[in-house]
Design a protein around this ligand. Structure first.
Ligand code: ADP
Length: 300
């Protein structure tokens, strides 16, 4: 049976709250000093020893009847946005990227704009309070439109964010995308975005030779379609210096989040074997979703 039907059948109880709007009010409440989340006593030392890698059976733990609540972890440039967006189309749930929420806020020239610009352009993380506020508003707006479930991309990025999220809703599965470091930098530097449609492309051609027992890897460029070609821009934080800084910030602030979910049996590790053509079918297989993709392709 395809993964999709497991994900969307009728509901049983999930942890309170079950709706995005309820999550919204809980998230805000969670930021008050008196809030104590269920995972606030998390101790990496002991919890990690208890952790077991989740097998394919992980998907079966999704509560019946609500859409998936998944999150993507992974270093800058790994392709979280690409794969989260593809899965979101496949599963019919919104793809919510906190980086996009931050960039929208930046572009809005609202009160937070200049403060955020400085933080983001230095490769630092935005405060948990601001990011949760942006995410909460996005969830609330989505619920008003009838959205249910989500694929988060770029959240949580600190253990505190993970604890707060875990305290307010059940995340079913966390996909940790991994790619060799030399490819990450090249991918960030090659990233191009269409200023009109927001499409993501990449001009980098990554060809890493096999060395000392590590296999080689080839990732073809992802060229824009002709209508976007003259409108491409680069992100101001995709410079070599800032990407290296973001990679360091990931190691310090976000790698512990991998341990957080690993210890709860929710983490699926996925080493990207190459570009999209090679990686996508393998990712679907790892998530037990390949039947669903076949049906969608046949129906298209
Ligand atoms: P990356 O390519 O580094 O994964 P994103 O597009 O996800 O980039 O995020 C861009 C920037 O937005 C980050 O460098 C950070 O400043 C901010 N940001 C996004 N998500 C979060 C988060 N969950 N917590 C704190 N800051 C965030």
């Amino acid at each position: 049976m395809a993964g999709f039907s497991r994900c969307s059948v009728a509901s049983t109880a999930a942890k309170t709250p079950t709706s995005a709007a309820a999550t919204f009010s809980y998230l805000i409440r969670a930021l008050s000093p008196s809030f104590s989340s269920s995972s606030s006593t998390f101790d990496p030392e002991t919890d990690l020893n208890r952790g077991k890698p989740p097998g394919l059976g992980t998907l079966k733990r999704e509560p019946k009847g609500r859409n998936v609540q998944w999150a993507f972890l992974g270093c800058p440039g790994v392709g979280k946005g690409t794969y989260a967006s593809r899965l979101s189309n496949l599963l019919g749930v919104p793809h919510i990227a906190t980086g996009d929420l931050v960039r929208d806020e930046l572009a809005s020239s609202g009160p937070l704009s200049s403060q955020l610009k400085e933080i983001v352009n230095q490769g630092k993380l935005v405060s948990d309070e601001i990011i949760i506020d942006l995410l909460s508003k996005r969830l609330e707006k989505g619920e008003a439109k009838g959205e249910s479930g989500f694929i988060l991309d770029g959240f949580p990025r600190t253990v505190r964010q993970a604890e707060i999220l875990e305290g307010v809703t059940d995340i079913d599965l966390v996909i940790n995308l991994k790619l060799r470091e030399e490819a990450l930098l090249a991918k960030c530097l090659g990233r191009r975005i269409c200023s009109e449609c927001g499409g993501n492309y990449n001009v980098a051609s990554i060809d890493i030779k096999a060395e000392n027992g590590s296999p080689g890897m080839y990732m073809a460029p992802l060229p824009p379609p002709p209508e976007c070609a003259s409108k491409l821009i680069t992100r101001p934080d995709d410079t070599e210096e800032i990407v290296k800084k973001r990679l360091r910030v990931y190691q310090t602030m976000t790698q512990p989040v991998e341990d957080f979910y690993r210890s709860r049996g929710k983490l699926v590790e996925f080493d990207l074997p190459g570009g999209i053509l090679e990686s996508w079918p393998k990712l679907l297989r790892a998530l037990n979703l390949e039947d669903h993709d076949d049906k969608q392709s046949a129906a298209a």
